[in-house]
Design a protein around this ligand. Sequence first.
Ligand SMILES: [Zn+2]
Length: 456
Amino acid sequence: MKRLLKNGTLVSGKDYTKADLLIEDGRIAAVGTGLSCEGALCTDVEGKLVFPGFIDAHTHFDLEVSDTVTADDFTSGTEAAIAGGTTAVIDFATQNRGESLHQALENWHRKADGKASCDYGFHMAISDWNERTAKEMEELFQTGVTSFKLYMTYDNMAVNDGELYEVLKEAGRLGALVGVHCENGLLIKELVKEQKAAGRLGPMAHPLSRPASVEEEAIQRLAVTAGLAGAPVMVVHLSTKSGYEQIAAARKRGQTVYVETCPQYLLMDDSLYSQQGFEGAKYVISPPLRKREDQECLWKALQNNEIQTVCTDHCSFTLAQKAAGRADFTRIPNGMPGVEDRAALLYTYGVMKKRISLPQMCRLLSENQARLYGMYPRKGCIQPGSDADLVVWDPEYRGTISVKQQHYRTDYAPFEGTEVAGRPFQVYLRGELAAQNGQVLRKLLGEYVKRGPGRL
Ligand SMILES: [Zn+2]
């Protein structure tokens, strides 16, 4: 089927221009002015912005963690994604200790295949490094899993410094990118003990047990290790100014360090933990919410193109699941939803507030993610031959985020009551109109994306 989108303002990573767009067989067929096409379904999108489909390279759907499983699986998670303009996610396939990477990958295909309403790929989270794992990394890389994830905290997943070095070295050799969760797990354990000994057992103790310095130290250690291994590295969900300063120092030494942050670290602060009763549990995420000055640093880094991607770390739990930690904050499952709200938040509080430009929004949400994770130019741009993954953005929309409208399976919205300007009018997935005005029109169109080597 052919479609023609007339008179839209097409946004790229460089600029924006008014043009028409012809879609044929799921791909972009032509971009230009005054396009006409016999037999094409024509939509006038005058006054709307047209972005390449947004990509969220940090989601956890259907993840078993903290003796429970995330509220959103691939069914609900990808419906929320597409409703909010995200046409592809890269989820973390996660190796349990004792499993091979191949088994972990099979597990994630079983969770996702046939259930997704947006396209999806997988990073591989390595938690069991042994003599077979390097070979497996290479095999996975050949089959389209070209990025890996390591944790410097969480007992069941953390790698030690030697393992960190070995994985980075192997990834560097392959041309794979490693994303790292940077928090010093051993220090956190000690600080948790101190909070408990002081009788602090509520959500407020969560940020106290994971201060900025445990992120800063882990980033510094990662940067030194990546420097020794001669490999580029990605710091995921950066939350602190002091951590950012370590990244800036490593870059000054000539290292390639990429950075991802998330809307919650840009827009929420740690005062949310000191609310009445158990309210703060909604925001128990790791790393925790920080201070105003951290937010300012992150916005400035976005503005100066020093942060490459904005993802969500969508990892959702219901209030009943969060209640497992009523008497002990360490038992509150860490994480919250976000995959549906990201673009509206970045547009409202980034573009509308003149902190970032439209091309920057395009790079942060789409182009840089496609490039870094090996999907460009199939995704991440509007060019002849690219997948027709498109977000037709309505800049006139005004609304409020509410649990009542969201597609998540959670019974709360972290950004409840937050005003947003703009939202997707239409979302196309490989040429099919998949969502409109926040409603999912066509489900289960998602396909697995094999990725190549990434570079920016
Ligand atoms: Zn995560």
